[in-house]
Design a protein around this ligand. Structure first.
Ligand code: ADP
Length: 367
């Protein structure tokens, strides 16, 4: 292949997907534009050079003109290898707007090292900007739909409390008033009604807690060791009943919302106790390590474990892997944990295998 340096450079410039220009700072005109410049903007070199400065400047979007003016006064001050990058909207010859990202640097200097020409290469990234704007607008719509759904589910749960109270009260009334008068089947049906309404009450309260507007209480410095010992005291009845051994490692002080952290530990420790194996001593260990700018807290148990297929699903509301007869529950606890961790700007996940225990970890940012 026999290529002269000039034809090679010309070819590269003509094939370039960037628009390229060379601007002469002394004459105040463009010395060169490549083919892609014209393809992207519609302007030839003559079109541009026929415009005066004000006319050319008016091709930049009014909202971007100040930034472009700053950029233009900065470019002549650039060091030899320095590049200045700017994004702006530019009006094409057909009147439509395009988003440009341009890299500019000094091309020529005089014998006193004063810049005389600068060179720029730009791409048209309008489609990316349109996609970004669409994504942002879809996100906003999604957020507002989510809020609407949360509010609806809060209202429904709230309103369900009244008929539920009536069912509970009247089934209590029947069992007291007709004590000894109902046959075995009647008593059995009544007991099923009261169990079902008690369960529904738990679900309704769970949904209310999940969607209740969090109070605007400020963040405080929390001594996690003290918090944990208070959570464990609250769970002491079940801890004693199941002979659970709990080991707590060194825990930090964090700046966060105490009630949220308390709920997280309560849910995770209650689950670790609830899903213990039927044989052997349930052992739970709670620890924290620093990971970049966050604390990662772990609650580890030696319980029944979770198949990796369900490691994501269990954080969805009402997702349960067992029937209510084998393990009592509503399937709201981990969804609530996920919601709290989202609010804290952290993450929550589980590492587990069936029969090999589970480790739930969540992160809380430092500060
Ligand atoms: P609930 O405890 O009321 O069933 P959760 O949302 O707290 O609801 O948990 C969802 C499901 O995840 C549980 O039903 C259980 O199948 C599984 N799970 C949660 N924690 C553990 C754990 N420590 N060990 C084993 N399985 C667990």
């Amino acid at each position: 292949m026999n290529i002269t340096q000039t034809s090679f450079k010309d070819k590269v410039l003509d094939l370039s997907i960037n628009g390229v220009y060379v601007y002469d700072l002394i004459q105040g005109t463009n010395l060169y534009i490549n083919q892609q410049y014209t393809s992207l903007t519609g302007y030839s070199l003559d079109d541009i050079n026929d415009m005066d400065h004000a006319e050319f400047f008016s091709l930049f979007h009014p909202e971007d003109q100040e930034e472009v003016a700053n950029h233009m006064s900065l470019v002549p001050t650039l060091l030899p290898d320095e590049i200045s990058i700017i994004e702006y909207r530019f009006k094409r010859k057909d009147g439509s707007w395009m988003w440009c990202r341009s890299h500019d640097s000094i091309f020529e200097r005089d014998h006193e090292e004063k810049p005389t020409q600068f060179m720029g290469a730009f791409i048209d990234f309008s489609s990316q900007k349109v996609a970004e704007a669409k994504l942002a607008s879809n996100n906003r719509k999604l957020q507002s739909k989510n809020q609407e759904l949360e509010q609806m589910s809060y209202i429904i749960s709230h309103d369900l409390q009244e008929p539920l109270r009536t069912i509970t009260n009247f089934s209590g009334l029947i069992s007291r008033k007709y004590e000894g008068k109902l046959d075995e089947k009647g008593n059995q049906y009544l007991s099923i009604i009261s169990q079902a309404s008690a369960r529904m009450g738990k679900m309704v309260r769970g949904i209310l807690a999940l969607h209740s507007k969090s109070t605007s209480s400020p963040k405080t410095e929390i001594d996690c060791e003290a918090l944990l010992s208070s959570v464990i005291t609250e769970l002491s009845a079940v801890i004693e009943e199941k002979n659970v051994v709990i080991e707590i490692g060194e825990l930090p002080r964090v700046f966060s919302w105490e009630n949220d952290l308390r709920l997280l530990f309560q849910n995770l420790i209650s689950n670790a106790i609830k899903f213990s194996k039927s044989e052997g001593i349930p052992e739970i260990s709670i620890s924290a390590i620093q990971k970049d700018r966050a604390w990662a807290f772990s609650v580890q148990d030696n319980g029944i474990g979770i198949d990796p297929r369900y490691h994501r699903e269990i954080f969805r509301i009402f997702e349960r892997l067992h029937s209510k007869d084998s393990y009592e529950g509503t399937g709201i606890g981990l969804a609530h944990c996920k919601k709290i961790v989202d609010k804290l700007g952290g993450e929550i996940w589980v590492e587990s295998k069936p029969e090999q225990g589970s480790t739930f970890t969540f992160t809380v940012s430092i500060g």
